[in-house]
Design a protein around this ligand. Structure first.
Ligand SMILES: Cc1cc2nc3c(=O)[nH]c(=O)nc-3n(C[C@H](O)[C@H](O)[C@H](O)COP(=O)(O)OP(=O)(O)OC[C@H]3O[C@@H](n4cnc5c(N)ncnc54)[C@H](O)[C@@H]3O)c2cc1C
Length: 453
């Protein structure tokens, strides 16, 4: 249906639709976009089959555990555009601030069916569970934020990129079809449904309890599909041809800066890859495909098949063992979490990383690697280092709270990597230090650079 690969479709009951109802409901829980949205188009297909209306629900919990002012502002910025694009197709989109159980119980009472996105993180799975407990109609989940759906790619946790790569590169082309979209014959726009006024985000935010201390970064990153698409267009035009060489060069960063849009589902990875495909075969397009398809989907594979993906116990045996063996090694520098958060260490480059992620919500991959490895070197124990890294990562990065966050933070401790020559503190985990950074990049230029390019 609608050009949607069957591997993307997960019926959570015996059927996708019941015989009675007034409309179909799409709970837009993770794919915050109207463009190239498989779940939305699947819901449109169900509505057409029932000759009914479609309603889209965006639901915000009154108490946010994982999103702070920075993340919420980015999300709210994206909503007017999505709402308008849906309205142009006769689809009413409402935003509710309420516990998910309440919204779903009320809205499914008269629904033929509910469609929603596929969650990966435990908090998103729990939310889906709460919704399913009260849903009064059949529910279907659609995978729209991965290129190859996680279980179609692999039936188990993969060891490293090299084991996932052949599995996804062989089949990803089967999953790049654009879903067919159409205008619904029956409009839901005049339905009277409870919803918040998203054109007044401050009022809306007043109803939500969230961590206020992390300032929004709207000046540097604006939420929404159009902003993501402009970034992609600019990248393809200006930077793709330097991607392979400059991807790891923070002083000449030829990267997409799409991670926050992908993380919030504001742009479809299949759409991004389709656009890149036009430049294949070329080593630059292949290098980007590697990040978007192999590395990103490896992170999803990891959280999907690892219950405690937020613990050091999720590391491979060799990494846990070597970190244990070196836990008592003398550390030349030790810092507390608050000293690090204040950017008050002896290391200018590291302090700049911390200050930039606090100010801009983004850091180049190479600097994230350096930043993370020093936290491992400076904390009393690997466990404290891991908790500290996750805390900073998810608090300050706009792309935090993502499967990529958990997999990459654990990469610092050896996940998806191999054993290296044994040394102090790091054991056999890949080390990174200031001298190495200085050899690799022109640190003076980086420190002078304006990160808001
Ligand atoms: C310690 C540490 C923490 C990190 N935390 C996060 C995080 O919270 N959220 C996050 O999305 N990424 C995280 N990364 C991975 C990576 O740094 C970012 O995805 C990347 O820098 C985003 O910039 P970009 O969009 O310009 O990437 P590009 O180079 O343009 O790559 C395109 C897309 O591919 C994906 N990608 C790129 N590198 C990786 C990678 N190593 N692993 C998985 N996917 C990748 C991203 O979705 C990215 O947007 C972290 C890396 C490290 C070392």
């Amino acid at each position: 249906m609608k050009n949607i690969h069957p591997d993307r479709v997960h019926l959570l009951g015996e059927s996708s639709c019941r015989d009675q109802g007034q409309y179909v409901l799409y709970w837009m829980s993770l794919s915050f976009r109207a463009h190239w949205n498989y779940a939305l188009e699947y819901a449109v297909g169900l509505a057409e089959a029932r000759d009914s209306k479609l309603i889209v629900l965006i639901s915000l919990e009154p108490r946010q555990e994982h999103f702070n002012a920075r993340h919420l502002t980015f999300l709210l910025e994206s909503l007017p555009e999505t709402k308008q694009a849906l309205a142009d197709r006769g689809i009413k989109c409402i935003t509710q601030v309420a516990p998910i159980g309440k919204s779903i119980k009320d809205l499914t009472a008269e629904a033929f069916a509910m469609v929603t996105d596929c969650p990966y993180l435990n908090e998103d799975r729990d939310r889906l569970e709460r919704a399913l407990n009260v849903a009064q109609c059949p529910v279907t989940q659609i995978e729209g934020n991965l290129i190859v759906p996680v279980e179609a790619a692999s039936g188990h946790r993969e060891y490293a990129a090299r084991t996932l790569r052949p599995k996804v590169t062989d089949i990803y082309n089967n999953y790049l079809d654009k879903p067919t979209s159409s205008k619904l014959p029956k409009s839901s726009l005049n339905m009277s449904l409870k919803g918040e006024n998203i054109s007044e985000p401050e009022k809306l935010l007043h109803q939500i309890e969230f961590e206020q201390s992390v300032a929004p970064v709207a000046k540097y990153h604006t939420g929404g599909f159009s902003a993501a698409k402009s970034r992609l267009d600019r990248f393809l035009h200006n930077d793709l041809e330097a991607y392979e060489d400059q991807r790891q060069s923070p002083t000449q960063p030829a990267v997409t800066q799409l991670s926050m849009y992908l993380s919030m589902g504001m742009i479809a990875p299949a759409y991004v890859l389709k656009r890149i495909e036009a430049y294949l075969p070329s080593e630059n397009a292949e290098a980007l495909r590697e990040e978007l398809l192999v590395r990103r989907e490896l992170a999803h594979n990891f959280v999907h098949y690892t219950a405690r993906y937020d613990q050091l116990s999720a590391l491979p045996e060799w990494a846990q063992q070597t970190l244990d063996e070196h836990e008592r090694d003398q550390r030349p520098h030790r810092y507390t979490r608050s000293e690090m958060e204040a950017g008050a260490t002896h290391d200018d480059a590291w302090n700049a990383c911390m200050n930039r992620m606090k100010k801009y919500g983004y850091l180049h991959n190479h600097m994230r690697m350096y930043w993370g490895k020093q936290i491992l070197a400076w904390c009393n124990t690997p466990d404290y280092a891991h908790q500290t890294l996750l805390y900073f990562n998810n608090k300050y990065f706009l792309d935090g709270n993502d499967p990529n966050s958990y997999a990459n933070v654990l990469w610092v401790f050896g996940l998806h990597d191999r054993a290296w020559k044994e040394r102090k503190v790091f054991g056999k985990v890949r080390p990174m230090n200031h001298n190495g950074l200085q050899r690799k990049i022109d640190l003076k230029s980086w420190l002078k650079m304006d990160p808001a390019r």
